[in-house]
Design a protein around this ligand. Structure first.
Ligand SMILES: [Zn+2]
Length: 122
């Protein structure tokens, strides 16, 4: 087993455990309104981190699949090899640094233009 695979499997197990431990949060209810607000905030935070963790889990699993398919370490956008340094830091990376930056930029611009359209509707 490669080191990356080992790291990914470890991360996968860790995320599954994290996501499971948060399962109970969403159903708890309280009769006390103040308590209810507090819980709603906690729920909100928990849901947001569940979102983040499930996205990460998907990326980790996709990376494990790429190991199986022997395409691990190759950028999904430009087919160049991802630097070993980057893979060591982020074993589930699917893009080289250049493509990742371009993708982040795209997303940011998209988010900004989305904000603009919401503002112009107001
Ligand atoms: Zn690339």
């Amino acid at each position: 087993m490669s080191q990356a695979q080992e790291l990914l499997l470890q991360k996968e197990a860790e995320l599954i455990q994290l996501l499971r431990s948060r399962d109970g949060l969403a159903i708890e209810k309280s009769a006390d309104p103040m308590d209810e607000i507090q819980r709603a905030t906690e729920r909100d935070l928990a849901i947001r981190s569940v979102d983040r963790d499930s996205t990460l889990l998907r990326q980790v699993r996709a990376a494990l699949q790429r190991i199986d398919e022997q395409t691990f370490g190759v950028c999904v956008d430009c087919d160049e090899e991802i630097s070993p340094k980057r893979l060591k830091a982020v074993p589930w990376a699917q893009r080289c640094i250049q493509c990742q930056e371009a993708a982040d930029q795209d997303r940011q611009e998209h988010a900004e233009s989305l904000d603009d359209s919401i503002l112009s509707m107001a």
